[in-house]
Design a protein around this ligand. Structure first.
Ligand SMILES: [Zn+2]
Length: 292
């Protein structure tokens, strides 16, 4: 489903957010995903809307209009007061999240170490070969397999996204890790590709991240909550062009390899939720490709 973020001209109809945290359906304008009321239960009514379920492990709650209750002035005032309270709470959480975010250099060092402890499972190697990866490209990709709650040899910061109890990964399923590099080539995050698709999900890919850790990065000028990393893929030397590709794993990697492109990949194709990173990445791409 295609979505647009809340803006000053188009505030979230559930929480009145104007900062882009919440999202409206592009085709179905009555459909909203609200972050401020992400903890709403299915069937719960907020203002004129009813919660119809959770999105992305509860990062947003989905809403549709509900007119079953009379909308009085009293109710409107209570609703607005609660919105303000929640937005202040959210601002505090954003600040705490920013403080817990490891720098790109710290993440890069830890993820390099972590990936070096792991190998690639024959099933994952076969999957990549089936997609057309050469042996050299499989090596170059840096993808590494993980088991259920993968045990690690070294100790890691509890702030490193995806690590649990310092020496385990928090991911319950088997699959492989795809390192996510920023425009400077630093590994700032990993995505996991699950070997088997869970019956309740539509995508095999998810972020390597845990509760209370900060996957978001905070480039200068970004919104308070930070931005999800974008994945940059490039060959050595001068790229032939710039490509924006949905995803952060095998697909954008191959595009960059085969077409010699400076590729910017985004999880779920949500480029617009990382506007500062997208601009910085495009600026970097322009320099390298020597184009506008
Ligand atoms: Zn909202």
């Amino acid at each position: 489903m295609s979505l647009t973020s809340s803006t000053k001209n188009n505030p979230c109809l559930i929480c009145e957010d104007t900062s882009g945290k919440c999202r409206q359906g592009r085709e179905d304008l009555s459909y909203w995903q609200c972050m401020i009321y992400a903890d709403a239960k299915k069937g719960e009514i907020i203002g004129n809307f009813k919660c119809i379920g959770q999105i992305k492990n509860g990062l947003w709650a989905a809403f549709k209009p509900d007119n079953s209750q009379e909308w009085t002035e009293q109710k409107r005032l209570e609703w607005q007061r609660e919105n303000q309270r929640r937005q202040q709470q959210k601002a505090k959480e954003d600040e705490a999240r920013r403080r817990r975010s490891l720098s790109a250099i710290e993440r890069d060092k830890s993820y390099h170490q972590l990936l070096s402890e792991l190998t690639l499972h024959p099933d994952d190697r076969a999957d990549l070969a089936r997609r057309g990866f050469t042996a050299a490209q499989i090596e170059l990709s840096g993808f590494r397999s993980i088991g259920r709650y993968q045990k690690l040899q070294s100790q890691y910061s509890e702030l490193l996204p995806g690590v649990s109890g310092r020496d385990r990964l928090i991911i319950r399923d088997e699959g492989y890790l795809c390192p996510i590099r920023d425009r400077e080539g630093l590994i700032v995050a990993c995505q996991v590709r699950l070997r088997t698709l869970p019956t309740t999900e539509s995508s095999r890919y998810r972020w390597l991240n845990g509760d209370g850790q900060t996957l978001h990065v905070f480039p200068e000028g970004c919104k308070a909550g930070g931005e999800l990393p974008l994945a940059i893929f490039r060959l050595e030397g001068k790229p032939k062009g710039i490509s924006l590709v949905e995803g952060t794993g095998a697909k954008p990697f191959l595009v960059s390899q085969r077409l010699n492109q400076f590729v910017i990949g985004s999880s779920g194709g949500q480029f617009c939720s990382s506007p500062v990173l997208l601009r910085q990445s495009l600026e970097k791409a322009e320099l390298e490709v020597e184009t506008k």
